[in-house]
Design a binder for this molecule. Structure first.
Ligand SMILES: [Zn+2]
Length: 239
């Protein structure tokens, strides 16, 4: 264990040196940026992100996907996902090109936007991947976003109490009803999940479309008495 922690601190020092010597490039436009900023987008690309501002509108279109659950207090998606747009390029790198630092910095941007409305949350819970999918990818992109939010919100991330038990096919090409059936009963609570009883939970995912996956998570979490749920996704895509 001691050797492992020594090894990881040597690795992070090496990583710092590499980034001082080699320029970091904006994940969207490729322009050189300063590593010291710990952002992976340049200032111009951050300014051009298509913000929804849904967090300023209580009955926004994302909240409406979940408002049939009285436990849901707040829901938003931070940016619009357009075909061939900046969010599509960012999410592609986060999901398929192992750009975990980009995911974490996007989580920090989400926190900056949403922080004033999230003072009452107790825990941050990323939508889980099936363990087989997580092994294939090497990480859960929603969990990395959640850790980015936690950097700023200073709330704990809990990612072992809500589990995905059903291996589902990709939702991308499915309609609203097929998506619901695909994820129905896909999640379960771990045996010691009762520590979440009565808590305000912030559910995090990368993209919301019909809300089927998040609704399946909510159905599972509200088995715990007294939970309140808020939801934030990086982006909203049209179904
Ligand atoms: Zn850029």
């Amino acid at each position: 264990m001691k050797f492992a922690s020594y090894f990881s601190s040597v690795f992070s020092i090496l990583e710092e040196i590499i980034h001082v010597l080699l320029p970091v490039r904006c994940a969207n436009c490729g322009r050189e940026i300063s590593y010291a900023l710990k952002q992976w987008l340049c200032y111009e690309c951050i300014s051009s992100l298509p913000a929804t501002d849904f967090h300023l509108v209580p009955l926004n279109p994302v909240f409406q996907l979940f408002m049939h659950h009285p436990e849901v207090k707040f829901a938003t998606a931070c940016y619009f996902f357009h075909h061939d747009g900046i969010l599509q390029r960012i999410i592609h790198q986060i999901k398929y090109q192992h750009h975990q630092q980009l995911a974490r910095s996007m989580g920090r941007l989400m926190a900056q936007m949403l922080k004033p409305g999230l003072a009452s949350i107790d825990y941050i819970i990323p939508v889980p991947l099936h363990p087989r999918k997580e092994r294939q990818r090497g990480y859960n992109q929603a969990a990395i976003l959640a850790y980015g939010l936690a950097d700023d919100l200073q709330k704990p991330v809990i990612h072992h109490l809500l589990r995905r038990k059903k291996f589902t096919e990709s939702q991308t090409r499915k309609g609203r009803q097929a998506r619901q059936q695909n994820v129905q009963h896909a999640f379960q609570l771990a045996a010691h999940a009762n520590v979440l009883t009565g808590k305000h939970l912030l559910l995090i995912d990368d993209v919301v479309t019909t809300g089927a996956t998040l609704n399946a998570c909510i159905d599972t979490l509200i088995q715990l008495p007294g939970v309140q749920i808020s939801i934030a996704t990086l982006a909203i895509a049209e179904s």
